[in-house]
Write a protein that binds this ligand. Structure first.
Ligand code: SAH
Length: 221
């Protein structure tokens, strides 16, 4: 398999749809984000371990599905909670920076080894200057606890106990949050759209399987 074949598979499955998202998945080679030793599975539609950190890079169909759910556009600003390999952040950075001098992705990662890994990976792709991998606790948002209209989209890539206000109030009006909620092997993938100052619209997307969110407002054990 090649990255091209993986993209074709995701299109055939009806998961990748938008031209700009297809372009991002075609231009960002998943193999560059795979932990050494697992490269031969880079183009399989499966999650893969990030060394012995206990964390994983999600399956390509989940990255594709969540990216489509966020409807990213050039010029927008995104926050990712759970940088992991840096792959999802790179995909979003490709889209938001396309033909735009604005457009930026902040990605928070709580595991120091993965901050290093993701940062190194991001430097292998053209959009390295449009992404920042930050060491910190994303359960508090970024900047922590700040309330203000910062992001067009927030993607949480670890399963949270609930939708936290720290994220909701960092969304711009019309901004989208895509997030897995729950405990146990399967969780609910939810999309929340900020309708206005105080109102949020929530929709269930599908069942999914993510590692648990850690940090101050994550799971306690
Ligand atoms: N989006 C990643 C996959 C992430 S796996 C990718 O594209 O590869 C989930 C990640 O969330 C793990 O790396 C884990 O360390 C991180 N994480 C868990 N709780 C966190 C928190 N509170 N703040 C920031 N990162 C967190």
């Amino acid at each position: 398999m090649s990255n091209k074949e993986l993209v074709r598979y995701l299109i055939n499955e009806g998961i990748l749809k938008s031209p700009i998202i297809i372009e991002a998945f075609s231009n960002i080679d998943r193999k560059l984000f795979i932990w050494p030793g697992y490269e031969k599975y880079a183009y399989d539609d499966t999650p893969l371990p990030l060394g012995d950190t206990g964390q994983t890079i999600s399956a390509p169909h989940m990255h594709a599905y969540m990216t489509e759910a966020l409807s990213p556009r050039p010029g927008e600003t995104y926050l990712e909670i759970g940088g992991g390999s840096g792959y999802q952040a790179a995909i979003l950075a490709y889209i938001v920076s396309k033909d735009s001098s604005r457009g930026f992705v902040y990605s928070i990662e709580i595991e120091p080894r993965l901050v290093k890994f993701a940062t190194g990976n991001i430097y292998k792709v053209g959009v390295y200057n449009r992404v920042k991998i930050i060491y910190g606790d994303g359960s508090l948002g970024w900047p922590p606890y700040y309330k203000g209209y910062l992001y067009d989209g927030i993607i949480v890539t670890a399963a949270a106990p609930r939708v936290l206000d720290t994220w909701l109030y960092q969304l711009k009006i019309g901004g989208r949050l895509v997030i897995p909620i729950g405990r146990g092997y399967f969780q609910d993938l939810i999309k929340v759209t900020r309708v206005d100052e105080k109102r949020f619209k929530e929709e269930f997307l599908l069942k999914c399987a993510f590692v648990p969110l850690r940090g101050r407002l994550g799971w306690k054990d």
